[in-house]
Design a protein around this ligand. Structure first.
Ligand code: ATP
Ligand code: MG
Length: 589
């Protein structure tokens, strides 16, 4: 049960002063609260013997009042101290997690579900907060009250009475431990159920449009699945609470038993003259003081076990190593003049499937490379390697003859502009989206890049122009508008190597041609790599690779590929035909 304290030792060390202060306050409170029954007992005795005076009564009640006020002050002090600490712990762990999330590579996000990661960042951290705050309070409080009260019972009242009446207590410790283990087990189950449900919410909410499009049947099915999962969460939590609630009645029975024993032996000892009536009254009041710590131990077991489970989950996650890491002595300030790619084979981590094989090419300043191939042929996977989302294991990628994994990652991210297939915009204004990589850009600059990406005119049609909010709270952009804003965002970094992964799939052919013309001028000195399904957009590339199932099946210029009369030639004719048909359709309208 105390495992979690050991694990959190670093934090207690960090905040030892506040903890020492709080624990000191708590212990003083415990001692003060042990004085109260003695005062009352003394008063009862003087009443019983008829020796009580007004002065004595006023003095003693004044003392009671004073102690009460002092305890109030101390309680306030330790509470504010400890709760401050607990939120601090939560903040530290949250920052560590977030920092870790941003440092981790794609592999982690493939491995963990978003729902799991969210559960770590919310539930688990809350459980730790309880340990550092409520947990410590309960532990110190119950420990100091128990020690002080037991001490007073044994040494101030009577050791024999104490011996006979607290016999049932060891039973209690036994029960507490047993129930604690059960709670831990069920709590892990309930966390897992919560994770599953969280994941479902995440997926459904982000995919709700799609679900809607599939009609009522799918909605119904998704809903029923969700109900099953929430039922599971309820079921698992019920188990936790069932054990939790078994605890209190057990305590009641055990304390009830001690009261019975106390009345019996107490009366007997008074008759014997071993103790006075006042002693018995004080003793009963001590027993009352002991009940709270006993109940608290139950809550404590619960909090500690939860905290322990959560801490383990968070540290497991934090100990996940990124497989793609920056070199300890990274190479910086490269020119990005040439790119050599020699991939023998590539498989994704934890997978046997060979995704790419024998991909060799070389590009120099000003070159444009086109990459085409049917869906799933490995185009995006190749780009994943070029931007170092994953490392090549067999083979190498060189920029200016420096292996990619030796180049400073921040520089690489800056100098290699990658417009991915799933362009993601952030929930902020269009302006902020475009200058995301260079927040200090002026409005003129922002507009310049928007014009190159041919989206400036579109933006002007929105009522707030560049201030228009994107995303959930803002305007719904068309797929083509999103793509073009993503392009502007990447261009704004002035990358030396520009990679466009099917980045113009949602714009019409004419707009695409306009953007490509702009880009030719814009990227004159750099290297441009374009993957696309629309062959007309890479016709002018210096070289075109046709990927098939991860290897290069055809390569060369547009003219050469046509002369091969293979997949490319076939596809090109097909697309020309489609284009003509749709154009004639437009003419007839
Ligand atoms: P498209 O034209 O549809 O974009 P693509 O040519 O870009 O297709 P890739 O996305 O590179 O194709 O996919 C190639 C293969 O790699 C597919 O079989 C896919 O299932 C697999 N794959 C892609 N990403 C991952 C990943 N992160 N982990 C494991 N396998 C992956
Ligand atoms: Mg792709």
């Amino acid at each position: 049960m105390f495992a979690i304290f050991k694990k959190l030792a670093w934090f207690f060390k960090l905040r030892w002063k506040t903890y020492a202060l709080a624990i000191g306050g708590l212990t003083t409170c415990a001692i003060l609260s042990a004085i109260i029954p003695l005062i009352i007992g003394g008063l009862v005795d003087s009443m019983a013997t008829g020796t009580i005076t007004w002065d004595h009564l006023i003095q003693q009640t004044g003392l009671l009042l004073g102690i009460g006020l002092l305890m109030y002050g101390l309680r306030y002090m330790w509470r504010s101290n400890l709760f401050g600490n607990s939120t601090l712990l939560e903040a530290i762990m949250r920052n560590r997690l977030f920092d870790h999330f941003t440092k981790m590579d794609q592999k982690l996000y493939g491995q963990y579900r978003t729902g799991d990661l969210m559960a770590h960042a919310t539930n688990d951290l809350a459980a730790l907060r309880f340990v550092a705050g409520g947990g410590i309070i309960t532990l110190t409080d119950s420990l100091s009250i128990t020690v002080v009260t037991l001490f007073s019972m044994i040494f101030i009242i009577d050791w024999q009475l104490t011996l006979f009446t607290i016999l049932p207590f060891p039973l209690l410790i036994f029960v507490a431990q047993y129930l604690g283990k059960l709670i831990n087990k069920y709590f892990r189950g309930s966390l897992k159920a919560f994770s599953d449900m969280n994941d479902h919410v995440q997926e459904s909410v982000s995919g709700m449009k799609v679900i809607k499009a599939f009609g009522e049947e799918e909605e119904e099915e998704d809903y029923l699945d969700f109900v099953k999962e929430t039922d599971n969460v309820v079921e698992k939590n019920k188990k936790v609470f069932r054990i939790d609630s078994a605890y209190t009645p057990v305590i009641d029975v055990i304390t009830g038993l001690t009261y019975v024993l106390t009345i019996f032996f107490g009366t007997y000892f008074i008759q014997n003259g071993r103790i006075t009536l006042g002693d018995l009254i004080a003793y009963l009041s001590y027993l009352g003081n002991m009940t709270w710590p006993l109940l608290a131990v139950g809550r404590l077991v619960n909090t500690m076990e939860r905290g322990n489970a959560s801490y383990d989950r968070v540290t497991d996650l934090l100990s996940e190593k990124a497989s793609v890491v920056n070199d300890p002595n990274p190479v910086k300030n490269l020119e990005y003049n040439d790119l050599k790619v020699n991939i023998n084979t590539f498989s994704y981590p934890d997978s046997e499937v060979e995704i790419l094989s024998d991909i060799h090419f070389k590009l120099e300043e000003g070159d444009t490379l086109g990459i085409v191939g049917r869906t799933g042929s490995g185009k995006s996977s190749l780009f994943n390697l070029l931007v170092r989302n994953f490392d090549v294991e067999s083979g190498e990628i060189l920029i200016d003859n420096t292996p990619l994994n030796k180049i400073d990652m921040t520089e690489l991210n800056d100098r290699v502009g990658y417009i991915s297939q799933n362009n993601l915009l952030f929930s902020t204004t269009i302006r902020e989206n475009i200058r995301f990589g260079r927040p200090n850009m002026t409005q003129e600059e922002v507009e310049y890049y928007a014009k190159v990406a041919d989206v400036h005119e579109d933006i002007l049609t929105f009522s707030d122009g560049y201030d228009t909010l994107v995303g959930e709270r803002g305007v719904s952009l068309s797929g083509g508008q999103k793509q073009r804003i993503s392009i502007a965002r990447t261009l704004a970094m002035n990358p030396e190597i520009l990679i466009m992964d099917d980045a113009l799939s949602a714009v019409d052919a004419k707009t695409e041609q306009r953007i490509l013309t702009n880009l030719r001028e814009f990227c004159q000195k750099g290297i441009t790599i374009i993957a696309t399904h629309r062959l007309s957009s890479i016709m002018r590339a210096d070289e075109i690779l046709v990927l098939d199932n991860g290897h290069i099946s055809e390569r060369g210029t547009h003219e050469r590929l046509l002369s091969l009369e293979g997949w490319y030639d076939n596809m090109f004719r097909q697309q020309q035909l489609d284009q003509k048909i749709s154009e004639s359709g437009e003419d007839n309208e």
